[in-house]
Design a protein around this ligand. Structure first.
Ligand SMILES: [Zn+2]
Length: 207
């Protein structure tokens, strides 16, 4: 009886069973998307005292599409992804020395295996920490050795590596490993003040 009753309610809500199924699948997909957006894994609670510049040019603003601990590829990782079109100028967020780089890859995608095909620049800061700039365009490393200053243009963004859409992945590490505590959280100077950046928000560099 109960089953029949449920079927009647179901029929009232969804006159066509096909539409009902589509709506349920849609609801599940929206729920998964919300989880991916809002749910954060645990990251280091260590916060760098240095105030970083946003890693792009002064007249530009970009949205964070994955923040600290994001489920897609930042599990326990204190890194941020700035969505930006391929070819956008990437600037040093802090002064230091070019430690290593790669810019010969043109291969990107959304699978774990794509992780090893990222182009990047790593800048060693004066306190021994490393600034990591990932997913640069092929031939998109513009400074390959020596010292760079805060705000200096160092590369062009792209999409090689583990990516769904073109973006710049930025993190600061105390050592070049992937464990949670190799990372440090970073504060940025923005038009809205000195902030730790949040997923979904758009930020502009201080003029
Ligand atoms: Zn990332």
């Amino acid at each position: 009886m109960a089953g029949k009753h449920m079927n009647l309610i179901y029929a009232d809500f969804f006159p066509e069973k096909g539409i009902g199924k589509v709506l349920i699948i849609l609801a599940i997909l929206i729920l998964i998307a919300c989880m991916l957006f809002f749910y954060q894994t645990e990251v280091t609670d260590r916060v760098d005292t240095y105030v970083y510049e946003l890693p792009f040019e002064k007249d530009k603003s970009f949205r964070i599409v994955q923040g600290y601990g994001g489920l897609f590829s930042h599990s326990n990782v204190a890194a941020i992804d700035f969505a930006m079109p391929v070819g956008t100028s990437v600037c040093a967020a802090r002064e230091g020395i070019i430690y290593s780089y790669r810019d010969d890859s043109d291969d990107g995608g959304m699978f774990e295996d794509n992780k090893k095909s990222a182009n990047y620049i790593i800048i060693k800061h004066d306190d021994g920490s490393f600034g990591c700039y990932w997913h640069l365009a092929k031939n998109g490393v513009l400074v390959k050795k020596g010292r760079v200053s805060n705000g200096q243009k160092i590369g062009l963004s792209g999409a090689p590596g583990l990516v769904i859409r073109p973006h710049l992945h930025f993190s600061v590490k105390r050592r070049l490993t992937y464990d949670k505590d190799s990372f440090v959280q970073t504060k940025f100077s923005t038009m809205d003040g000195v902030l730790i950046l949040k997923n979904g928000h758009r930020y502009k560099r201080l003029q």
